[in-house]
Design a protein around this ligand. Structure first.
Ligand SMILES: Nc1ncnc2c1ncn2[C@@H]1O[C@H](COP(=O)(O)OP(=O)(O)OP(=O)(O)O)[C@@H](O)[C@H]1O
Ligand SMILES: [Mg+2]
Length: 452
């Protein structure tokens, strides 16, 4: 049966066209064979079961294929459209908020990686959402209804590491009063999240590497290997490549863990999202604290927009919860934690105090640390210029967004997005315009009266 051999040789072809072709070959083999030998029947059955497996694989990889198809379009798509496209492909965000291009890129990588079992390494500064991203990967994969087990590798004492990860037999060491499952066994068929992997000591790294290679563990005090099927997602806020060059992290483990590498942007690299995040966490805090969303003064807003956010999204979230708890209707800089509070108005650069700020003394020094770098200062300046431009524009057109869009030759929805970003409300300008007109009318009628 030459045709069956051809089918076998062709191997897996990950396309629907390839699958259909194989099914057709099987069908015609059956239809046109007057007599099948036992060996041929066995071969046919084997092929049918291989095809079944392929169809199953295809359905798991469906999302992967969809994501790959949209790839060429990505560069031309707006952020909103990219996020919308993820939604349309039933992507599970798990509460991940934002549409900054760097974040979208990370989400799009997660989307492609999720349906596979490839290990993923997530890196990024503290509080950038690494654990959340690990949950996103788990939630979008075929293991989503299976356990997601998180292990903080930096928090386990060296002598307990092996037992924590792989479990132990009763009596294996003093204090081992019962048999105990380790995290790997608990994560069997699901995902194990190895947080702060950069803190794992070298002996632990060797053991982990062995598990990743053999897909089996041994409980401490036992010789019996136990097969484990877990998807590995690891996270770190350290530079693992650098650590491996320095010899504190095994290079082979680094390569095993980082087949897919996702880097989450620091909040200061996605400042454009701060206004939306302020609103998002302000509403979230209001819901939790059962109060009306707090309003923030322009001074506090300016500060939040130019602050360096070393603790990233977690810090911003905490700040919004704090001010929502401490302030009445309106929050101001005095509601910030004292170590964060500005010692002078934010952005001295923009007020012509650069000499003082650059002198590295007094208030100026505080701003330098707040802005962190020249590029931060530039971005803050550009944001403020953009806001001032929009404010002036809205004043000129009396708050009519469509008219402003026409005058500055800008897409209306893009303009709406910029207004939202800066917390500008066209209706405030319309109201102001109406008041100004009212005053003019009154003074005009006053003039009339005088002239009469
Ligand atoms: N894009 C986002 N949208 C909404 N919430 C977010 C986002 N990113 C992070 N968060 C929230 O910020 C907090 C910190 O996130 P997470 O714990 O995932 O960060 P991390 O990078 O693991 O931090 P660490 O390095 O300190 O462990 C969580 O409350 C999380 O829900
Ligand atoms: Mg974390």
């Amino acid at each position: 049966m030459k045709i069956l051999d051809q089918l076998e040789e062709s191997g897996f072809a990950m396309s629907y066209a390839g699958l259909i072709e194989k099914i057709e070959i099987l069908r015609s083999t059956l239809r046109w064979s007057s007599r099948l030998e036992r060996a041929d029947i066995e071969k046919l059955l084997k092929q049918a079961s291989t095809l079944r497996d392929e169809v199953m694989q295809m359905s798991h990889k469906e999302r992967f294929v969809q994501a790959a198809v949209v790839e060429p379009l990505r560069a031309e798509q707006s952020r909103g459209a990219r996020r919308q496209a993820l939604l349309a492909r039933s992507f599970v965000f798990e509460g991940t908020f934002g549409d900054n291009p760097k974040l979208l890129e990370a989400l799009e990588i997660a989307e492609k990686a999720a349906p596979t079992d490839l290990p993923v390494l997530i890196d990024g500064e503290s509080g950038t959402g690494k654990e959340l991203m690990a949950k996103v990967i788990h939630a979008n994969g075929s293991r989503s209804d299976k356990p997601f087990i998180s292990v903080n590798c930096g928090a386990i004492p060296d002598n307990l590491l092996e037992s924590e990860l792989f479990g132990h037999r009763k009596g294996a060491f003093t204090g081992a009063t019962n048999d105990r499952k380790g995290k790997f066994e608990s994560a069997h068929t699901g995902t194990i999240f190895l947080d702060e992997i950069g803190e794992l000591p070298l002996p632990g790294q060797v053991k982990l590497l062995r598990v990743l290679e053999a897909h089996e563990i041994q409980r401490v005090g036992s010789d019996e290997p136990i097969a484990v099927d877990t998807r590995i997602v690891a996270a770190t806020n350290r530079n693992l490549r650098k650590l491996s060059e320095e010899g504190t992290f095994r290079e082979d483990l680094f390569y095993r863990l980082s087949v897919i590498h996702v880097t989450l942007p620091a909040l200061r690299e996605r400042r454009d999202e701060i206004p939306l995040l302020i609103q998002y966490f302000g509403d979230e805090a209001a819901g939790t604290l059962k109060r009306r969303p707090v309003r923030i003064t322009p001074k506090l807003r300016d500060f939040l927009l130019s602050y360096a956010w070393p603790g990233n999204i977690r810090e911003l979230r905490n700040v919004m919860y704090r001010v929502s708890c401490l302030a009445g209707d309106i929050a101001d800089v005095e509601h910030l934690p004292s170590d964060m509070r500005p010692t002078q108005p934010a952005s001295p650069w923009l007020r012509g105090d650069a000499a003082e700020a650059g002198s590295g003394t007094g208030n100026g020094a505080a701003s330098v640390t707040n802005l962190l770098s020249l590029s931060d200062a530039k971005r803050a300046a550009s944001d403020e210029a953009e806001k001032a431009f929009l404010q002036r524009g809205l004043q000129e057109v009396g708050g009519t967004v469509a008219e402003l869009a026409r005058r500055v030759d800008m897409n209306r929805s893009h303009l709406q997005m910029l207004l939202k970003k800066h917390g500008l409300h066209s209706k405030d300008f319309r109201r102001q315009h109406a008041q100004d007109n009212g005053r003019k009318d009154m003074s005009a009628s006053g003039d009339d009266a005088d002239s009469r």
